[in-house]
Ligand binder design. Structure first.
Ligand SMILES: [Zn+2]
Ligand SMILES: [Zn+2]
Length: 310
């Protein structure tokens, strides 16, 4: 099959545009959409120091590569990758290794921080001790640690590898849960004290395209899923969106555009509140004690209860 734009051999069929693309035109198109997303929401501004949340999975590895390729030459910008080691035996160590390799090859600063060092426990230990779901601990502590580390490194933005599939799943999921407040949290935010602004440069590219882009650049991509990953409702939404997109190509973009049209209303309905500093750790929180400190207290209490029983 020939490329729809030139005479070269096509490597990818882009369903939403009904085009066959050769390697060069696929890469060009992918990078164009990354730049478009970046511009649309001012994800990268003059003199930014951008922290990249680099788990070592396929999305974040591709993100680090493409940001470095598109913006790495700009002298006013600066990149640093942060890998959070949650402490998941068997799963995390290989991806930490990949993150090390990728940043070394890109010549990008890289910092690895662990749950064990910061919270005194690995995720595996938290799951044994506590009664919450693994993803609750993981989500809260990872966000906390990423924000804290990014801020301490002097970062002005925190980029994550969420792609179009991830973002549209979250949008639809919040609709289906009638959780419009949570939907509003997806609105790109203004600067808040202590909170590093999160940006998603891959929000306009399909997950499949992220993989193909990574493979075309020989990036070390892993497809292993976290052993704790358990999101039954999200999985249903993912499968539905997949089938819908398959039948009516481009509909994931419709979901994204619908959300974007709602942004002015969402901003009005849920204005951003002034954040305070957590009374325990100083991290930003709506009020009082932050979620991470609350969970940590619970976990410590259950550890003491367990040691008293012995
Ligand atoms: Zn071509
Ligand atoms: Zn706290």
């Amino acid at each position: 099959m020939k490329c729809s734009l030139c005479d070269r051999r096509a490597v990818y069929f882009q369903r939403h545009s009904n085009r066959h693309l050769c390697r060069r035109h696929f890469i060009e198109d992918f990078e164009r959409r990354v730049k478009l997303a970046v511009r649309k929401f001012d994800m990268i501004e003059k003199n930014d120091r951008i922290a990249i949340a680099l788990s070592g999975g396929k999305d974040s590895v591709t993100l680090a590569y493409v940001l470095h390729k598109l913006y790495g030459k700009r002298r006013d910008l600066d990149f640093v990758a942060i890998t959070v080691d949650e402490g998941i035996e068997g799963y995390r160590p290989p991806t930490v290794e990949i993150a090390r390799r990728v940043t070394k090859e890109l010549g990008m600063d890289h910092v690895v921080v662990s749950f064990k060092d910061h919270f005194g426990m690995t995720l595996d230990e938290m799951v044994q001790r506590g009664d919450k779901k693994p993803c609750t601990y993981c989500g809260v502590f990872r966000k906390h640690l990423l924000n804290k580390t990014a801020r301490e490194l002097g970062a002005t933005k925190l980029a994550t590898g969420h792609n179009l599939d991830d973002v549209t799943q979250t949008i639809l999921l919040n609709f289906l849960n009638a959780d419009i407040e949570r939907l509003a949290r997806l609105v790109p935010q203004r600067v808040q004290r202590g909170l590093i602004m999160r940006v998603k440069p891959l929000r306009e590219v399909y997950e499949k395209e992220v993989v193909v882009y990574g493979l075309l650049h020989n990036l070390p991509l892993t497809f292993d899923e976290c052993p704790y990953s358990y999101f039954p409702v999200r999985a249903t939404v993912r499968d539905f969106l997949y089938e819908f997109e398959n039948k009516y190509p481009g509909r994931k973009y419709s979901v994204l555009r619908s959300f974007e049209k709602l942004i002015p209303c969402l901003k009005e309905m849920y204005p951003q509140i002034e954040l305070q500093s957590c009374e325990r750790c100083g991290e930003p929180t709506p009020r009082g004690i932050c979620q991470a400190c609350k969970l940590l207290e619970e976990l410590k209490a259950s550890r003491e209860a367990a040691s008293n029983e012995v």
